[in-house]
Design a protein around this ligand. Sequence first.
Ligand code: GDP
Ligand code: MG
Length: 440
Amino acid sequence: LSDRLTAALQTLTRKGRLSDADIDATAREIRIALLEADVALGVVKTFIARIKERAKGAEVSQALNPAQQVVKIVNEELVGILGGETRRLNLAKTPPTVIMLAGLQGAGKTTLAGKLALWLKKQGHAPMLVACDLQRPNAVTQLQVVGERAGVVTFAPEPGNGVGDPVDVARRAIAEAKHAQHDVVVVDTAGRLGVDEELMKQAADIRDAVEPDEVLFVVDAMIGQDAVTTAQAFQDGVGFSGVVLTKLDGDARGGAALSVREVTGQPILFASNGEKLEDFDTFHPDRMASRILGMGDVLTLIEQAEQAFDQKQAEKAAEKLSSGQLTLEDFLEQMLAVRKMGPIGNLLGMLPGAGQMKDQLAQVDDKHLDKLQAIIRGMTPAERDDPKIINGSRRLRIANGSGVTVREVNDLVNRFFEARKMMAQMAGRFGFGGGGGGSK
Ligand code: GDP
Ligand code: MG
């Protein structure tokens, strides 16, 4: 795939808007990438439709060619969807917080219980594990082993009483947690290989008994297309508030992440990538997006292209400065760039040593900037390019057009000339940009 995409990315840079042909060509490759990553077909369709819609309105960037730009949009959208509602674990106001794990057998619930316990412990919590998988003979022992490894207490039914009732175990566990002051309880549950009515009901009963603050749906990233049906079955049968992806150390591209997120709307909270208890982290949408797209290199290239472009722009601006050829158009552009970073007051606050200048700078409020912007917008391109031509009658026209007084226009023009002169001198002294001096 990457080869094909790279070929598509060779297209020349143009100006204007992204054309339908640009978008369609790249969208086709993205579609294949998503299907290869095992994203469910229905999800691919709605996703591509959304991307096309968004790409249509986009201006062609000067730093990227159209194909690169579509890939960038796809990546952004993907990161947005995967992490749109990234949130922390919900902790109960009155402990214990109860976290219940649900999912198919082999998804990695029991392992996750140990990972979560260790992770919580490192954050200063005192977790307790609860063994509510009484289905398989050694499931309890397995949980006890991971609990020991994580160095936490495991609550389990006494051995030798036959098959216990998991709902009863869950209830007693919560009481014990309160008593022994465990502030988080992680409830491990049973899961069958397929979706199973009886076990779904059991999980729902446990849920009702412990009233969990979180139900985490644990899903194996290798499951691919089946993720959608499984997730839906668990959402209908038990309901869940978050997703954990496991086995990301495998070679699965992780399409399950996108499918589950799209179909259930629930956020992905954690990712597991190995059998050891440490192989676990909060979920990173950006990493998952490039994994699904399978074009990490392409994304890096896009980033570099954009940075190189910024660099070129900066050099050009520096050259203009030092040659005294700065125009009002440049001035406006710079002003807009600065404003994109947030209210001017915030920016000033971040400057070290701005203390003395504060009074002076206090006048440069956003309203003032709005006015300057309006004045420059009221000028013709020729005037912006060569402010020297702005004579008395032009000043009057600009003032009327932008709703300010002639004096304010005069002020702006005069200050612009002063600033230009000063900057050219400074640039000359610090020696950046091309040969200084030559004023217009
Ligand atoms: P459960 O049936 O849902 O409780 O699943 P288990 O926790 O028993 O895990 C099933 C198998 O998957 C075990 O052999 C685990 O060691 C393994 N496993 C769990 N999580 C991961 C993971 O993130 N990566 C890898 N490679 N193996 C995992
Ligand atoms: Mg288990």
